[in-house]
Design a protein around this ligand. Structure first.
Ligand code: TRP
Length: 453
């Protein structure tokens, strides 16, 4: 059976699309600033552990569910549950994912708008010869400007809607084939710059020296949530992409490739940014503005920096776009299946809803910056935390339980092409280690019990 929405032409096309989904603002914008806020190395190690022990098994499970169901996540969960005699309530994985996708895209598009704005600023030579104070001021002036931020946010939303209305296969493959390798290349240029002119040793120490005393239970939860976010798992995006995957492709090795690429991009971004942060007296815990201070500094002081800097931000905006596309695919596929809607109309409805939601995030950086939903959380902090720390891990938890305990073991083993000697490892990971770790990290962050950190 094939999906009514089409199929990837081959394994490589899926790798491109899934990597396009995984690599995005999460790696380049979010990972560095979260690492900075959570004290460096200890956060990084926990994040890497979460990728390996929780993220990869759940990603494998999610892709597999998609390929078995061949529909939008909601209908995939419905039809698989019907086949295996399970409650239709399992489709809530799909519904929750649709909600999470809307919430994430609403703020994701705002930040992507920042990227577009910075592309133009750099291209105009705004940062040539800039110092730390100048880039910080530029950032705070920009975030204070509501209409400018609304403009770029709206533009990014329009571009996203235009692209998704044309279908996943068209456009996307081509996009990722060129943009992704180029992005890698430019990240290495940045890395080279920060090795030569930044405090590279301090950056490396910051990123990789593990001090357990630095760890708070909140940081552990953030690291786990980020593992979900960066791999695009827990909400059905990768399930939807899996539903377009040809039968013969090996899911396990393919997911391995995607996870390694995704992690590499994040680590390179961290290695490029922190040395620049330290030499220029920026604050590692500057929050969401970190990237927008460090990167302009680097390009502002590089020969032909305006050109390369603009190209860098252009490529990051491509990376953001290929991620944004995957955030709406579950909802879009569902609308098309359920209401026989044209992709264009479904895309417009979803895009408009996310745009309305996103206005809250725009305002939380300026006119509503003093408006707190709970404790000291602005709207942006709130939507970011709820999606990343609660919705995605919970979705992933349910996916793990479903695959481990609600499906015939044999069907799973066949679908994943698992060798006999690997089945125990798989069962331990998906049935025990991944779901149990999620529960422990979650309860720990609520203060239900106390481990060493
Ligand atoms: N992984 C993307 C990033 O790192 C963001 C993203 C795309 C995502 N699709 C997702 C996050 C689905 C969670 C779920 O930028």
């Amino acid at each position: 059976m094939e999906s009514q929405h089409g199929t990837w032409s081959n394994r490589l096309a899926f790798i491109f699309a899934a990597t396009g989904s995984a690599v995005g603002l999460g790696n380049i914008w979010k990972f560095p600033y979260m690492t900075g806020e959570n004290g460096g190395g200890a956060f990084v190690i926990i994040y890497l552990l979460c990728i390996a022990c929780i993220g990869i098994p759940i990603m494998i499970a999610e892709v597999m569910l998609g390929r078995m169901g061949r529909q939008s996540p909601i209908n995939t969960m419905l039809s698989l549950s019907k086949t295996y005699g399970r409650s239709s309530a399992w489709s809530s994985i799909g519904w929750m994912g649709v909600a999470a996708g809307f919430i994430i895209l609403s703020y994701y598009a705002v930040i992507a708008g920042w990227i577009l704005h910075y592309m133009f600023l750099i291209a105009q030579g705004h940062f040539t010869g800039a110092d730390g104070e100048f880039v910080s001021n530029t950032f705070s002036d920009f975030t204070a400007d509501v209409s400018l931020m609304m403009f770029w946010f709206t533009l990014f939303m329009i571009i996203t809607v235009t692209i998704i209305s044309r279908g996943v296969k068209r456009g996307l493959e081509l996009f990722v084939k060129w943009a992704m390798p180029l992005l890698f290349l430019l990240m290495f240029v940045l890395l080279g710059y920060s090795m030569v002119s930044g405090d590279f040793a301090r950056g490396v120490t910051f990123l990789f020296s593990f001090n357990i005393a630095d760890l708070s239970s909140e940081a552990v939860l953030s690291a786990m949530g980020h593992a979900f976010f960066t791999l695009s798992i827990g909400m059905g995006a990768i399930m939807a992409y899996g539903s377009y995957l040809p039968r013969k492709v090996s899911i396990v090795s393919t997911v391995g490739v995607i996870a390694v690429l995704d992690t590499l991009v994040a680590l390179i971004a961290g290695l490029a940014i922190f040395p620049i942060v330290f030499t220029n007296g920026l604050q590692p815990d500057a929050g969401p503005g970190l990237l927008f201070q460090a990167i302009p500094l680097a390009f502002g002081n590089l020969p032909a920096g305006s050109l390369f800097g603009a190209l860098f931000f252009l490529l990051v905006s491509f990376a953001a776009l290929t991620s944004a596309i995957s955030l709406v695919e579950p909802a879009l596929a569902f609308f098309v299946e359920k209401y026989k809607m044209k992709r264009l109309y479904a895309a417009i409805i979803i895009g408009f809803t996310c745009w309305v939601l996103g206005i809250g995030t725009v305002f939380s950086f300026n006119i509503w910056s003093d408006f707190h939903i709970v404790q000291s959380m602005t709207i942006f902090d709130f939507v970011d935390s709820v999606s990343q720390k609660i919705l995605l891990p919970f979705g992933g938890f349910l996916i793990a339980l479903y695959v481990a305990y609600k499906m015939p073991v044999q069907a799973v083993i066949e679908n994943l092409d698992l060798a006999k000697k690997h089945t125990h490892v798989w069962k331990a990971l998906i049935g025990v280690i991944a779901p149990l770790s999620i529960v422990i990290i979650f309860l720990h962050s609520l203060g239900v019990f106390k481990l060493i950190f």
